[in-house]
Design a protein around this ligand. Sequence first.
Ligand code: ZN
Length: 241
Amino acid sequence: MKQLFAPMRGVLPDGRVLTITPRRLAKGYILRHKKNELQLTVPYGCAIDGLMDKFNELLARFDAKYPTVSVQRYTIGQIIKCHDVEIELYSQSTRPQHVIIGEGIPHSRLGIGTSLDLSDPATEQFLSSVICKLAYRLAPKLILPYAVQVAERVGVKPFQWRIGRGLRTLGTCSAQRVITLSCALVFLPLELREYIICHELAHLTEMNHSPRFHALCNNYLNGREQHLITTLRHHQWLILR
Ligand SMILES: [Zn+2]
């Protein structure tokens, strides 16, 4: 019987990239969509026979639950809908090599230069970074008033709120009680923005991830912490991060 000990990578017939990673602590088979590819985590040393059957079964369930991310992420005429703001992509020939940012709430526009090919992965990455630049400008108005409102509801107050450019870390809380929220929160539905905010607010009292921390965070979220953690894990991001 062949067993899997090292990561494997391949391309599916529909063009999606799949990475299979064996992990010692994995209890079961977990399929996620991350960094524009499918990631399957499997128990270390699992049997290779039957692995693809297991994967196909997981993928069928995954695709039924989360509509397939199209191979091309952005198109002209697309309207990227976020909570309280939408971003329209239109074509412009004034600056063919550039993306023109038209910033506004509730409607922002990005003028895509006619020389840019949106099916090219490098252009897709570039456009994603421009969308994040726009989100960084919108975030103080979109995210901070809501964060203040959530803090008032739960009855704690940081020394200061900030917006960060980093996309991987969605929030941090410093020993100086400064909470930094990532501009990527613009691309999260309201309940997940609330989850990140409550997580950081709970760090004002508990500076770790102890059971006491989670009990407090869960209390701030009216018992929805676990549900929101799962929802965030499966969130289909509109940006590359
Ligand atoms: Zn934390």
